[in-house]
Design a protein around this ligand. Sequence first.
Ligand code: DGY
Length: 326
Amino acid sequence: MAKPKVFATHQLFEEARQILNAACDVEYWANEERPPREEVLRHVKDKEGLVCLLTEKVNDELLRVAPKLRIAANVAVGYDNIDVATCTKRGVVATNTPGVLDETTADFAWTLMMAVARRLAEGEQLARSGNWKGWNLDQLCGADIWGKTLGLVGFGRIGRAVARRALGFQMKVIYTDAVKAPEEIAKSLNVEYRDMNTLLAESDFISLHVPLMPETRGLFDSPKFYRMKPTAFLINTSRGPVVEEAALVAALDAKKIAGAALDVYENEPFIHPGLKRPNVVLAPHLASASLETRTNMAVMAAKNVVALFTGQTPPNMLNPAVLNKF
Ligand code: DGY
């Protein structure tokens, strides 16, 4: 029997390719540059499976040109690029990669927090410039992290992993979320719930860990920045559109907050020019980018595809209702 045809918008890692190739006839996008939209639409036309990155919109336009498609496997936990409702309507399984990137992403939220607080980017630039004149008492003095208050907006798996790391820094950790964490988790991580406005007022560092949804789009707007301490920093490893970049730039201009460290942007890969300033650390969407974790993410996506085509339920289905359609 012919193997199901799959298009992967990336070459993926060898471990994932092996899993996919064993069960599917896979066409991998071979260029280093991501495929232009028209190429994705052209390649997906006759395919039953799609493995895609978060940069690929799986929407009505794509689903209409791919009538045979049965699964869209996202190599990411965030799936705001996938129109899940339309997938369900069209009988297409949508999957993501939850869990495998929590610790790596939490590591990176901390990387950003430490970098912006301790002015690492400025220091690195000085060290490389040839202009460093040696140690000086008031040189590039940043802010302490230990003993400060960390405010987590979103207290799911990644937020909790960030909180766990804070224990070693003797920080006070507070969080806000639509749903309060079970008491035993709050106790074991030594965190306390706050409503959003109280969290904004109390935190020295605010780290965002919410998915992008209608409720969180533009969540960090001008009034939020004006409620923060002028000495506080914003860290964003969630999704760019959770923060209104123009409002963030205005808050930085007005010194309403001390700085920011960002991994994600409103219109990636565009970065608002007003963010390119010394007290803002900028990373190009790297939070899950350890080789181990990115490999695990690709493997997970491959397993989701193979599960469907071998008659099993894909382990990370976003729309289980779709199975009733088969
Ligand atoms: C995700 O998985 O959603 C991240 O943004 C990329 O790792």
